[in-house]
Design a protein around this ligand. Structure first.
Ligand code: M6R
Length: 356
């Protein structure tokens, strides 16, 4: 791809606000009247008892974010499956299965679907490749419109999958009695604000990601914490950093800290905290500070009142604080560049994993 960076990944990170704009331009007009859902050929949500979402790696994380829209907003029983562990699943009738795969060729995803019965369920492929094997096997296909992604690390396709999935879910919920109308309005406003939020995160972190990468270039390990809707972004940040830098990373629900992971935190330990506005994160942050850990917050919304910072709790959209993934991607890339890794082609990994 063309852009300011010599590597594809840097350019693909930069493209994210434009990708988000494209996805929303195409899909948001079909939300309010349920046209996107119906047009994809899906049965009305009131005829579905549960949603099962599956994928691997970054696509799994995107699926977890989309699951939040069905479950938090629609109260619909929704589970996410690690596709590589789903070979022996028992599939119940009236299930909507959403398989997420950028390539549509991931063998673990295809194999997970081998056991899916032919009848009384619907399989939707959410993919960046509408002519893929996965798309051909599905009852309905939604192209996430990210455009070609060359870097092995998924970046813009993650944004595209989350937004496409969120639009689809909101469209299904708009036409059903399940969702709370007010919450849909809030999510629609959040969708519209997303391209600018992604662009603002890029601008805010360009220098900072580079500085932090220099500061932590010798750190052997990194912890990523979140709560609720922030957790998938902590997981995605941890995946990106290990994949690119070959450093050990771990993600945890922040509430689990005191049940074990806090023992990892020592003077100077870098701890990324994904802030989704959950006020309990302040206590988690204080715990880390008390052990000398270095808290790196992403997604904070800080206002100052009389010169003092005031952390505002906010209720984010049902898919969580999507823009927080941008600084985590940027940091992973900057650290990898300092460690002289090939950011477009990390060792041991392939863009499309076609063996199970
Ligand atoms: O093509 P897929 O989305 O099915 O690929 C799934 C994973 O292999 C992929 O997301 C992988 O985790 C990425 N390299 C992460 O950056």
């Amino acid at each position: 791809s063309t852009g300011r960076h010599r590597d594809h990944m840097g350019n693909e990170i930069d493209e994210q606000p434009a990708v988000a704009r494209r996805v929303l331009d195409v899909f948001t007009p079909g939300i309010a009247d349920g046209r996107l859902w119906g047009g994809a050929g899906l049965p009305p949500l009131d005829e579905i008892d549960r949603v099962t979402i599956l994928g691997c790696g970054t696509s799994l994380h995107a699926g977890r974010a989309v699951a939040g829209v069905f479950s938090r907003l629609g109260g619909l029983p929704t589970r996410t499956l690690v596709a590589s562990e789903a070979a022996h699943e028992v599939w119940e009738p009236r299930t909507l299965v959403i398989a997420l795969s950028q390539s549509g060729e991931t063998a673990d995803v295809l194999r997970a679907l081998d056991g899916l019965p032919e009848r009384d369920r619907t399989l939707l492929a959410l993919t960046n490749n509408p002519s893929s094997t996965l798309a051909r096997r599905a009852d309905a296909v939604l192209d996430c419109l990210a455009g070609p992604e060359i870097g092995v690390a998924a970046t813009k396709t993650f944004i595209a999958q989350v937004l496409t999935g969120a639009c689809l879910a909101l469209s299904g919920l708009s036409a059903s009695a399940r969702a709370d109308g007010l919450a849909i309005d809030g999510d629609l406003r959040a969708l519209a604000a997303t391209p600018d939020a992604l662009a603002a995160a890029l601008d805010a972190w360009r220098g900072r990601a580079a500085e932090l990468a220099t500061e932590f270039v010798t750190s052997p390990g990194f912890l990523f914490l979140g709560r609720g809707s922030g957790l998938v972004y902590a997981a995605e940040g941890a995946l990106k950093l290990k994949e690119l830098s070959y450093r050990w990373t771990e993600h945890q629900p922040a509430g689990e800290l005191k049940h074990g992971p806090l023992a990892l935190v020592d003077a100077g330990t870098p701890v990324f905290v994904v802030d989704n506005g959950d006020p309990r994160l302040e206590v988690d942050v204080a715990e880390i500070h008390a052990r000398g850990g270095r808290v790196l917050r992403v997604g904070e919304r800080v206002l100052t009142v009389g010169g003092l910072p005031l952390h505002l709790p906010r209720t984010g959209p049902s898919w969580g604080p999507l823009e927080t993934v941008v600084p985590l991607q940027m940091f992973a890339r900057e650290l990898a560049l300092r460690l002289r890794r090939d950011v477009d082609k990390p060792r041991n990994l392939a863009k499309s994993v076609t063996v199970a």
